[in-house]
Design a binder for this molecule. Sequence first.
Ligand code: F6R
Length: 244
Amino acid sequence: MRIYKAKDYKDMSRKAANIISAQVISKPDSILGLATGSTPIGTYDQLVEWYNKGDIDFSEVTTVNLDEYKGLERTNDQSYYYFMHKHLFDRVNIRQERTFIPNGMNMNAEEECARYQKLIDDLGGIDLQLLGLGHNGHIGFNEPGEALEKDVHCVDLTENTIEANRRFFDSIDDVPRQAYTMGIKSIMHAKKILVVVSGEDKADILKESFFGKVTSKVPASILQLHPYVTLVADEAALSKCEGL
Ligand code: F6R
């Protein structure tokens, strides 16, 4: 695992964007696995800035997102569809038909999971998967539990995650209870993985995930078994990792 220690959030975002940019420049038709959440926003902003300067071209890129809430319309400003368009897709020259996100409005979970899994499989593998880290160690919406799901599945979000998402909704009752997420297999099959982590509130879980035991109780810990993981974290997030 490569670890890049960033000074702060801005520095983390710049370093992460550099890695994504290098991927797209060296392989213009890259398949990028993308994440939402607050952590990658600065990374997307940096990529857009470089795109505007003419330094990066998304015209041949394909993207496949990790997850989407079940039951939220695309037009809902909390849907991951809305997020991705707002922060990246509508701001760069990516072909919209090459951007894929689970369809949260397909209420038939079995059908939607099978469709999205097939789509990922047909793409033939992700070149670079971007991940954030949940406070409970989740990646995508692969929540802590007795076992990890391999394929795309519909999850009941944990209380911890519902609580963490609450800030984005008017009331706790509006926070979706379920989501579609890529499974651990598709994440682990990505050729390269880039994890971005920021803030002191992530310091404990970062240490547990990357330096603790590999366990389904901390889903991100499985990343320790991947041959090509790059962790870009700021000083605050790395503050519990002695010697770094
Ligand atoms: C988002 C996702 C989640 C987030 C995680 C961290 O697509 O899959 O696993 O990466 O919840 O979220 P933030 O960055 O908001 O702390």
